[in-house]
Ligand binder design. Structure first.
Ligand SMILES: Cc1cc2nc3c(=O)[nH]c(=O)nc-3n(C[C@H](O)[C@H](O)[C@H](O)COP(=O)(O)OP(=O)(O)OC[C@H]3O[C@@H](n4cnc5c(N)ncnc54)[C@H](O)[C@@H]3O)c2cc1C
Length: 507
């Protein structure tokens, strides 16, 4: 099938070709839903793993679990596989799925508005051939929770004369050898980048606002025999995956019920500091002041030794401004820099794409969320936005386990919603406001007990009102169970007034 032309109708329009969009495409096809289009602004599948090509990029949940359950990979080279290997895996799954003929790359989803009379979304996309308008019965958003880089708002950043780039947009044309390099940020990407840069830079400054908790990574290379066993005895791979899943799930009570349960893990993190750093002043600087788990717990064996190296300075004075040649801190010291790496994360609590989706009341999802707070029923659907399904939506994030598990759970829900709509002849479904209210008040009530709320940190998990709109405050088994089947009782449904067809709409 060739992608639809201007003005055509598709049953399902999927935005994004990362783990989420790809999973939706594969599972819809399994259900016989072949009339879909995946719109991806990048040149390839992969999302996170296409974009994050920085040195040292790797997953921080073991690959056996950080992969699709329906596409196990016995060939992982190590327990925390490097980014390029994950990208190859996603490419391989996409190629074997037989869905790629319905992906359009280098094409941006611009906006969508719900046409209540026709019971469908009118969608504008822009690709190499220009802008096109399509209609779609359902809109499945897999645009990613960590895909829009957030640049820091620092005075003078635009005047910097050296090389400057965000960690997720690495400029590989810049030769880093022997350079003075600065990294702003000490989050998940930064702690992978810092050891790599320390190995090649003449000098490295690391600007830290908040020290993260870092436990050892315990990476392990899979030997040839182990890989052969995993290849020939698939049940072994499943067992392995299940073991990793439960080992990670063991963190949930410490995060959501009682932080004291994390005491042994906290001890391991402190031992990690002591192993990597001997200088007491530096040890103090890298020791977090907040509870273990309040911000994402990171994994590295090499981060602390890289900070302790003679050629590295950990700077904890706040950055006052950036000049043409360096970074000036609040104490007035200017440190010269050739290459400035910004590892300050992503837009998480306000997703730019939501300002381009207009619902049945003529308001954008972004505007609704700014007024009422970011929330979605089951992290997936929103009142006033019929037939919109968000993957990796509000309060679906994980601090301890694989997002692919969550994505598969959400896709199962969306599939069942579509099956239900087909079997009952419904044109659209939209969650009732009271269903969302109940769902969200339960989540926010549980959130009060979590370490993310009472652990003494401010993190990217929280919105401007201090509300956690990103993480799921229960076990992931509960999430899977709650999304196992579509629940029509929570929805307002509409029967078709017109039969969807491939008729033209204005371009
Ligand atoms: C460096 C890094 C490491 C990570 N490591 C882990 C890990 O170890 N374990 C874990 O569970 N999670 C990890 N994550 C989280 C990771 O983002 C998710 O695991 C997963 O990749 C999300 O998949 P996704 O498809 O939802 O989003 P993405 O992979 O971000 O894909 C979204 C896609 O949508 C496209 N898109 C966005 N807007 C538009 C638009 N308007 N038009 C067209 N296309 C659009 C983007 O180009 C992108 O390709 C990591 C994230 C980062 C940044």
């Amino acid at each position: 099938m060739t992608p639809p032309e201007v003005g055509e109708h598709v049953d399902h329009l999927i935005v994004g070709a990362g783990f989420a969009g790809l999973c939706a495409a594969i599972k819809l096809q399994e259900d016989g839903e072949r009339d879909f289009l995946v719109v991806e602004k990048g040149p390839d599948v992969g999302g996170t793993w296409r974009d994050n090509t920085y040195p040292g990029a790797a997953c921080d949940v073991p690959s056996q679990l950080y992969s699709f359950s329906f596409a196990p990979n016995p060939e992982w080279s190590s327990s925390y596989s490097p980014g390029p290997e994950i990208q190859d895996y996603i490419r391989g799954v996409a190629a074997r799925s037989g869905t790629l003929d319905r992906f359009v790359f280098d094409t941006t989803f611009d906006d969508a508005s719900w046409d209540g009379a026709a019971g469908r979304w009118t969608v504008r996309i822009t690709g190499p051939g220009g802008s096109r308008t399509l209609t779609a019965t359902t809109l499945i958003l897999g645009a990613g929770g960590l895909s829009e880089p957030r640049l820091p708002d620092i005075e003078g950043i635009g005047t910097f004369g050296g090389a400057l780039f965000h960690s997720s947009r690495w400029d590989h044309s810049v030769d880093l050898t022997g350079k003075r390099i600065a990294v702003i940020g000490t989050g998940a990407s930064a702690i992978q980048i810092v050891p790599e840069l320390q190995a090649v830079a003449s000098h490295l400054d690391v600007y830290q606002r908040t020290a993260p908790w870092v436990i050892p990574r315990n990476d392990r290379t899979y030997g040839a025999l182990e890989r052969r066993l995993l290849r020939t005895v698939p049940a072994l791979g499943r067992l392995y995956r299940t073991g990793i899943y439960w080992a990670h799930e063991g963190y949930v009570p410490a995060f959501t019920i009682e932080p004291k349960i994390a005491a042994p893990a906290k001890k391991t993190a402190i031992a990690n500091i002591h192993r990597g750093i001997t200088d007491p002043a530096l040890r103090e600087k890298v020791t977090p002041y907040f509870e273990f788990g309040c911000k994402r717990v990171l994994r590295s064996n090499t981060y602390y030794p890289a900070l302790a190296a003679d050629s590295t300075e950990l700077v904890t004075d706040p950055i006052a401004r950036i000049t043409e040649t360096g970074v000036v801190t609040a104490d007035g010291v200017e440190r010269p820099v050739d290459v400035l790496v910004v590892a300050t994360g992503f837009y998480t609590t306000e997703l730019p794409v939501t300002d381009h989706i207009t619902g049945s009341e003529g308001r954008t999802l972004g505007a609704v969320w700014r007024e009422r707070g970011m929330a979605a029923y089951k992290g997936t659907t929103v009142p006033g936005f019929p037939n919109l399904f968000m993957l990796v939506g509000p309060n679906t994030g994980q601090g301890h386990t694989s997002m692919v598990f969550i994505i598969e759970s959400q896709v199962a829900y969306v599939r069942d919603a579509i099956r239900t709509m087909r079997s009952r002849g419904w044109a659209s479904v939209e969650p009732r406001p009271q269903a969302l209210r109940r769902w969200n008040s339960d989540l926010q009530r549980r959130m009060r007990r979590t370490v993310w709320t009472r652990g003494g940190c401010s993190s990217w998990y929280l919105d401007e009102h201090g509300r956690n709109t990103t993480l799921w405050p229960k076990s992931t088994i509960t999430f899977r169970r709650q999304l196992a089947a579509f629940d029509p009782d929570a929805y307002d449904v509409r029967r078709p007034t017109t039969t969807p067809s491939r008729e033209d709409v204005p371009a």
